[in-house]
Design a protein around this ligand. Sequence first.
Ligand code: XMP
Length: 510
Amino acid sequence: MEKVLVVDYGAQYAQLIARRVRECHVLSEIVPHDLSMDGIRALQPAGIILSGGPMSVHSPAAPGVDERLFALGIPVLGICYGQQLMAQALGGEVARTGGGEFGRAELHADSSESTLFSELSPNQTVWMSHNDAVTLPPRGFRTVASTQGSPIASFEDPLRRLFGVQFHPEVSHTSQGTELLKNFLFKGCGLMPSWTMTSIIERAVEEVRNAVGDARVVCALSGGVDSSVAAALVHRAVGDQLTCVFVDHGMLRAGEAEQVEETFRAHLQANLIHIKAGDRFLDELADITDPEVKRKTIGRTFIRVFEEVARDELEDASFLVQGTLYPDVIESGTRVAARIKSHHNVGGLPEDMTFVLVEPLRNLFKDEVRRVGEELGLPEEIVWRQPFPGPGLAVRVIGEVTLERLELVRAADHIVVEEIKRAGLGRSLWQAFAVLVAVGSVGVMGDERTYGHPIVLRAVTSEDAMTADWARLPYEVLEHISNRIVNEVPGVNRVAYDITSKPPGTIEWE
Ligand code: XMP
C-alpha cells in the first residue's frame, strides 16, 4: 500500500497531519526526524511531509534535514518549520521577520499557477504560528501565496515536486486546508484515495492469514473496542482457529462481564472462554496502596491466569492477538517492533512469553478502529464503548482496593453512565466516570453530621486520549448525577467535578 511519511520535528500537530492524510484515504505514518536516509528509502514512501516544530532553524540545537531527501524524486511538502528547513537546505533564506504571526491570517494565492492551490479559491483564512519565515525561496521555486506577515507563505518547485507552506493546513481553522493536502497527495504525489475501510480490512485479513497459517490463535478479550475489533478481524481471517479468553478480574463496571459475554456471543461466532477470577485478584491486591504496585499486581495476576488457561485448554496455540493501536506504537517511539507497554490490554506480558503477537490494528487510530468495527458489523455497544483501562476500577479506587470500596465506586460509576446516556451525551464524550478518593469528608444529611466518602466525577472530551479537556457538562446533568450518587450510594456524602485538562492532568486519577 502506498504511503506518505510524516517526519516529526516535534510539532504539536504531527499526529494531526497523519490523521488528515488518512482522512484523504491515503495511508500515513509518523517517523522521527533523525530517521536515516536508508530508513526512509526502505519505507518506500510515495510522498513526504515535514512537520512544523518549536525551534528556529538558526538555533544550533535545531533538528536538521538531510538535503539528499529532496533529491530522491519523492514529492515533499514542508509545513512551517518544514518549509523553512527546505528553504534553508536548498539555498533559500529564512529570517526573523518581525513579530511573527500567530492565529488567523488572510492568505492570497495564485491558484492558476500552483499545484497546491489548484482549484482552490484565491483568498482563504489560514492558521499561522511562527516567528521565522522564508525571505528568499531557493532557486527553482516560485512563490504561490502570501499573507501580510509572510510574503512567501507558500512556494513550489513543480519540476522537483517540492512544496512548502508557512501556515498549518492540518488545523481546522485553515479553511481549505484539507483541499490543499488533497492537492499535494493527488496532484503533487499522484496518489489515489485507495486507503479505505474495505481495503484496510481486506489487507489485514490477508496478512493475518499469511502470518498464522493453520496454527491456533488466542485473543485476550477485554470487551473493549480494541480487543473486540481485533478479535473480529482475526476471526474473519482464521475462523475457528481463534479462541478468545475473557478474564473477569472483578474490577469491571456494573453488569459489564455479562454484557461482554452476551454481545460477544450474539455478534462474534468465535470460541470464548470466560474466566471469573475476581476473588483471586482481590486477594492479590490486599494492603496495596501504591498505584504502580497495584497495576503490576493486576498485570502479573492476569498473566498467571491467562497462562494457566493457555496451558490447560489451549495447548498448541502459538499466536496471541493484541489490540495494539497506532498511538501505542508511536508513544513507545517510532522504532518499536512489537514492544508492549506495561499498561496495554493484557497488562504487560512475561519476558519469556513464547506467543507470537498478531496486532492487526497497529496502524490505526482509535476512530479508525471504530470504523473498522462498524464495517465488520459489530454492534454500537461495542464500537462506541468508552475506553476503559485494563486494570479496571482498581485505578479509580485511590488507596487500597477492597470489595467494599470497589462496590462503592462501581455503584457511583453506574449512575454516571446511566445519566450520561440518558442525557444523550455518550458519543460526545471520550470518557465519563467516578473516582473514589482516599479522604473523608464531613457532611450533613437529615440533620445529622456525616463523615463519608467524596466521589470525584470525571468527564472528558478527546480525540485520541493524548490530550483531553474537561467536558462542559450541562448543570442539570451534573445536578442529577450528584443528587443520585449522594442519595443512592451509601457512604458517599459529596460529589466534586474535576475541571482539569490533560495536560497537566491525566484522564485517570490512579
Ligand atoms: P491517562 O490517565 O494516561 O489515560 O490520561 C489515557 C487513556 O488510557 C486509558 N488507560 C488505559 N487503557 N490500559 C488501557 O488499556 C491501561 O492500563 C490504561 N490506563 C489508562 C484511560 O482510560 C484513558 O482513556
